[in-house]
Design a protein around this ligand. Sequence first.
Ligand code: KG4
Ligand code: ZN
Length: 339
Amino acid sequence: MIILGIESTCDETGCALVKEGKEILSNVVSSQVDLHRAYGGVVPELACRRHVEVISMVIRQAMEETNLSFKEVDAIAVAHGPGLVGALLIGLNAAKGLSFALGKPLVGVNHVEAHLYAALMSSPTPVELPALGVVVSGGHTALLKMNGVGDYELLGQTVDDALGEAFDKVAKILGLPYPGGPQIEDLALSGSPDRFSFKPGTVKGKPFHFSYSGIKTAVLYTAKGQNSSQWEHLAIPRDQLPDLAASFQDTVLGDLAAKAALATQSFPCRSIVVGGGVANNRRLRALLEARVGLPIHWPTAQLTLDNAGMIAGLGYHKWLASETHQGLALEAHPRLSVA
Ligand code: KG4
Ligand code: ZN
């Protein structure tokens, strides 16, 4: 069973071919990071235009890398949400075109669920269930009880920014380029996390919820002075920036590790599954591993950031569960949720 997957939810255009939900035959990603860097974040209109320009090429390259013909593809899976509506429509229409032309079923995949599936796909052995799902990307931050593929219960989520977004915004304040997560991680390597004391965001009565707007403002005021805007000059010496990056990073990642550890005690949890771009962060890996005594499953590097491999992989399970669309009725859902 070979699935062709398509990803275009935000600023990466991807196409992948995956066998039996696990074996990656090709996984092509065209990143738009260069395009958005000048603006310090993703500009939706530019993202859509670039998706249109590259999607056919990306699909062709993914096919060529496998030496398969389209006839050998059994189904087309596409991320139809959540994401930027214009960006979603481009991948969705490409997928519908392929599905219609080839007479193959179309499978709609949730992008956030696919981030979690990426760790299952990466694990050589079956993941112990029920597991705690930890989604940490540029658009989403959530803790979920994962009973199986497609079966989740939401435990907590962010009430404002996503964790990756908080990294990106703090990086922008410090004058670092987009995407800010890897920049903050690198800068923090030479800094002391105890230099500045920040409080993690809490939400009253919701122990597994997250909030990053407070710490973002605290970093801004520390870096540029009380009641400043992000456009002002730095008010602290440049040599304190690594300490600021390390203090921010340890506060938000320590908070995530603490809430994840607490969440594993709220049900008979047997393992942890992490997904999304922030899973790349080595400090997160260290803090989470120090905090919980359960097996932790991380996605491999090629399945961590947005990619179509995880879409095709999860698409296989949706196809097994007969969640297919023969017509062209599948819609884009910018706010599609997992649970
Ligand atoms: O999963 P992803 O590719 O996109 C979304 O679905 O949103 O994640 C991108 C996010 C960005 O916010 C980026 O700054 C963050 O992941 N990120 C990191 C690291 N690498 C990527 N954040 C912290 N540390 C990293 N090493
Ligand atoms: Zn993503």
